[in-house]
Design a protein around this ligand. Structure first.
Ligand code: THU
Length: 156
């Protein structure tokens, strides 16, 4: 039997078109690109995570000469938030953006490993963690949940 999977998501024309709280989150992610340590890829990724009390935790990719030892911006952000403020482990939204070697903002979307990590926090909290991705040209894609990014996911 053939089955179809549908994904409903939103797109906004620019950062300015976002609701105030999401605009602030994406602007924080843009700022976070400045703390990336990416001497190997020269791809600077910024992430900003909104915690339960409305505060924001930033993350950026941290690379290493032993390549697999580095970490993406998304996991840096959520691991930092979870480790430092476990009582605020209830996340509304995560914003992500890239900055290329020329310094221009560019598209970023969570890698497979980050999706799996983000999904576990989403499942624990029992409500969606929205994902805002900066797109080429400055538009923003809003995914309604991490689960929507990782269908048929692994659960222990
Ligand atoms: N990277 C992220 O930080 N987040 C993503 O969503 C995609 C990739 C990082 C990992 C590595 O430091 C660099 O971008 C190039 O892959």
């Amino acid at each position: 039997m053939d089955k179809t999977l549908q994904l409903q998501y939103q797109e906004f024309a620019s950062v300015d078109a976002l609701a105030a709280a999401d605009r602030e989150l994406m602007q924080a992610a843009i700022r976070a690109t400045a703390s990336a340590y990416a001497p190997y890829s020269h791809f600077h990724v910024g992430a900003a995570l909104r915690l339960k009390d409305g505060s924001i935790v930033l993350g950026s990719n941290q690379e290493n000469a032993a390549y697999p030892s580095g970490l993406c911006a998304e996991r840096t952000a959520i691991f930092a938030a979870s480790a430092q403020r476990p009582e605020l482990r209830d996340y509304d939204a995560l914003a992500i953006v890239g900055r290329n070697a020329e310094g221009a903002l560019c598209e970023a979307s969570p890698c497979g490993a980050c999706r799996q990590v983000l999904l576990e926090y989403e499942q624990q909290q029992g409500h969606p963690l929205r994902v805002l991705c900066y797109l080429r040209g400055g538009a923003i894609r809003e995914l309604p949940s991490v689960a929507s990014l990782l269908p048929f996911s692994f659960v222990l």
